[in-house]
Design a protein around this ligand. Structure first.
Ligand code: PLP
Length: 473
């Protein structure tokens, strides 16, 4: 039951909002303003600022407090969301009141920028995944950037500008861009048609004298065969690194993906296994690389380095070390809201992955005897980001028609990441080479797409999908 006080507070807050909204609209629609050239972006911005600053923040912040969170959550759940038109959407929010409460605590603490919550999330994540160190950044793309930057800048690591790195021709754009940005030569290799991950045989054939690293990407939750990849790396003295941005929770030989290489990366973008609004993580067991990441994440300064680092001898005097820069860094820091929501999400991860695997089991069961699609072949234990579909037999080369029918029936679809990344115009700006013919990636580009998986039971959605696709003849 709401108290009278709370009811009044709610009323006042609503009134203030309506009053300001009307005021904003009337200014916006005023003919005088419309005719004025000066009514440009600046004045729009000024109006918005006026609007915001006139809200009674004191009332607003007490309205947005723990006791009222139930109202807040139900309000939020009723908001129209972009995927609501789909019967079977790609993704479903993994947040509930726990994450909202944690944000609320950050709001009340008045500490928003990088701090204790992020550090707490980093150590919980490292422990969970089985890695010595974890560094959180503001996205999976930033994690890839920081990983490559640290490998190039750390003098103990044998990866230098001009060296060659083997990558699958199927991945997200920001797997590749940091390689280009650090003057590495990108060597694209085809994928295995069943697993959608690097074809290990082709990897071995693609190695040249200049090759120094293999950058494996675990596609849609599916682990690479790390036993084979590690053997190849050992034989040719190559560094192994992992983009695990879409495969949190995946395991190979009872070990979490993201921990097989010298470094691994993760993304916590919405629609991924867990989300922190935006966010990413780098994991490593290498102390020197860890220290490089700490500095590179924050302007390249020394402030975040522990005393025992080998990059810089710290002064006893804190002031002297406040603005000392040792590496050409960035500002890729996450904030406390990312950290606190990450902590809540991590507590749910086990359940999230479990349900995703139950859904996958059902998906595999109902499509087992079907000859018109190829499913992804699981290596190790996948965390099933989504369900990839490669059209075959009578559906082969009819993807557009199939996608239109699915869309009309409320089933949301996406391409399998980039498809053939090498067809993108950006390739002309990058130093790269292609090994062989990329046959399997090109087939995905023509016949592949994926449908969603998430932490709720999808039995009826999967049945519905099967009913629709099986009718296309
Ligand atoms: C394989 C891969 N790498 C990197 C990224 C980038 O992550 P973010 O969107 O958090 O920047 C993604 C995003 O989905 C991805 O799938």
């Amino acid at each position: 039951m709401e108290s009278n006080n709370e009811k009044n507070l709610l009323k006042t807050t609503k009134k203030v909002f309506i009053f300001n909204k009307n005021r904003f609209n009337s200014i916006h629609n005023n003919e005088k303003f419309k005719n004025l050239n000066q009514y440009n972006e600046n004045s729009k911005l000024k109006n918005s600022i006026d609007f915001l600053s006139s809200i009674n923040f004191k009332n607003y912040s007490s309205f947005y407090k723990r006791n009222n969170l139930d109202n807040f959550v139900s309000l939020r759940n009723n908001l129209p969301n972009s995927t609501s038109k789909y019967k079977y959407p790609l993704s479903v929010d993994t947040w509930d009141e726990k994450e909202l409460l944690s944000i609320n605590r950050v709001v009340m603490s008045n500490r928003f920028t990088f701090g204790e919550k992020v550090k707490e999330f980093e150590s919980s994540f490292a422990k969970h995944i089985g890695s010595k160190y974890a560094v959180m950044v503001n996205s999976g793309s930033s994690a890839n950037l920081l990983m490559i930057a640290s490998l190039i800048l750390d003098k103990n690591i044998n990866l230098n500008r001009g060296d060659e790195v083997i990558v699958p021709a199927l991945s997200w754009a920001t797997t590749y861009f940091p390689l280009h940005q650090y003057d590495l030569n990108i060597r694209f290799v085809d994928i295995n048609k069943d697993t959608l991950n690097l074809d290990e045989e082709k990897v071995s054939q693609a190695i040249t004298k200049k090759t120094k690293a293999i950058f494996a990407v675990n596609i849609l939750g599916n682990p690479n065969n790390f036993e084979t990849l590690k053997k190849i790396c050992k034989k040719y003295k190559l560094i192994l690194i992992e983009d695990n941005c879409e495969s949190l929770g995946a395991k190979f030989q009872n070990k979490y993906c993201g921990t097989f290489g010298l470094m691994g990366t993760f993304s916590f973008y919405f629609s991924h296994h867990i989300h922190t609004i935006e966010g990413g993580m780098i994991t490593t067991n290498n102390k020197s690389l860890y220290h490089h990441c700490l500095s590179l994440r924050s302007h390249g300064w020394v402030r975040d380095l522990p005393r025992d680092n080998k990059l810089y001898k710290k002064n006893k005097n804190k002031f002297k070390d406040s603005f000392v820069f040792i590496l050409p860094g960035y500002n890729l820091r996450p904030n406390e809201i990312n950290g606190s929501t990450g902590l809540e999400q991590l507590k749910k991860l086990k359940h999230i992955i479990k349900q995703r695997r139950i859904n996958a089991k059902y998906f595999k069961k109902i499509f087992k005897n079907v000859d018109y699609i190829r499913m992804q072949k699981e290596i190790g234990i996948s965390s099933w980001f989504g369900f990839s579909i490669i059209l075959k037999k009578h559906l082969s080369n009819r993807r557009e028609e199939v996608l239109n029918i699915l869309e009309k029936n409320g089933i949301e679809t996406r391409p399998i990441i980039s498809g053939d990344f090498t067809k993108n115009p950006v390739i002309n700006l990058m130093k790269s080479s292609i090994h062989g013919s990329l046959t399997n990636v090109k087939n995905i580009d023509k016949n592949g797409f994926f449908i969603g998986n998430n932490h709720i039971n999808l039995k009826s959605q999967l049945d519905f999908f099967k009913k629709i696709i099986s009718k296309i003849n």
